[in-house]
Design a protein around this ligand. Sequence first.
Ligand SMILES: [Zn+2]
Length: 461
Amino acid sequence: MRKTILALILSLSLLTVSTAFAPPQADVTNNEVILSFPETATFHATISSDVEIQSVVLEYGNEQQTCGEVIAKAFPQFTPGKAVTAEWTWEMRQSGSLPPGATLWWRWRVTDTNGKETVSETKIATWLDDAHDWRSMNNGDYLRIHWYEGDQVFAADLAKAAYSGLQFNETRSGLKADGPINIYIYANTNDLKDAVLYEQSWTGGLAFPEQNIIILGISEDDLEWGRDAIVHELTHVLVGHLTFSCLGDVPTWLNEGLAVYSEGELDTYSQQQLEDAIRNDTLLTVRSLSAGFSEVANKATLSYSQSFSIVKFLVETHGQEKMTALLVALRDGNTVDDALMQTYGFNIEGLEDAWRQAIGAHPRTVSAQPTAQPTPTYVPTIVPISGAPSSSMQATPTAIPTSSFGGQSTTPETPTRMAPPLWLTLTLLGFCCVFGLVIGMVVLGIVVRNQKVKGGQNGKQ
Ligand SMILES: [Zn+2]
């Protein structure tokens, strides 16, 4: 016992001595990140210390809303010594890519052979392409427009549209910005596609609510589409923020409905299609619009128009406060049925009945087998930027592409905003064919190889 006490006193005194004469902490210099957008971010540092460095850990991430503090750690290889250089590359194809404009942060945690730990200052960098000469413009406290092609008037026009969208959302739906929203305007859809990995070819815009970022491809001669698209995506960011939680989920008809509603009235094509569906009793059930929209172009357009109509009905019949209450109930983890019931006193079917009545549609046909609900097919809306499953770091940003598509391909017959066009369907079909072909070739390859092996064995025998 006495020995233990003695050892304790001795070690305490040693500790005091070592503290009093503590060598300077490890020195971290050349601490920087080199971006190779959109593929990689390589972190470098030179670390020196009076005592040999035993461990170097890179802690990193990106600034975003998360369900708790999550820090990713990387363990760069280095040769132990009193001066080491450490380097580690963040491969976006493996982790799932970040939106342009995201804020990266990192710091180094260094331990020497005495167990002394040094943590470098946390540094940040903006994950953005340097291929473009970005300019920025603020509009109010919450909007920052970034663009590189077109003059001030072009950017100011979009900033104004975004500002009106913000006000519309606040007064009509109770959706408010709670921090600056960065809007990156690419000069066209191709530039936009180059900036993100794994993106569907038809995407005209993406919203990243967790990072308060919107990216769009808007050319100068496509301004009218751009104004609507910017408001649409802005609404997704606002909805994402108001309803952010690790519990709840917002049904697609509500999220897309709010976004389309904030754009203003439906375009002529969509309005006509909706009226036809009302008259011919071919409306889709509200429940079927909860988890995703159809891949079929016409059905997808109708899904957006119906969602618009349902949200318009809820806001204009029951008011903004109830819409906010519904969104908050969803954020708090209630099911859609429960959230609707708490707020309006009806569930999804009750909503559909009331909405159908309000728009002069036929009453809902009650299915003989209410349990036999068709599985909806999903339009490639809510799945965006994701590579291999993300590391322990964070959820891959959920982006919700605009209902719109790049305006460059519009023809007079094509609705200019809402519908994934025919070529989307064709592209998807194309993908299916290519996929089928690849599977076929793989199977063929295996068969041929097996036959070859068999042939070889036979030959031996
Ligand atoms: Zn949308």
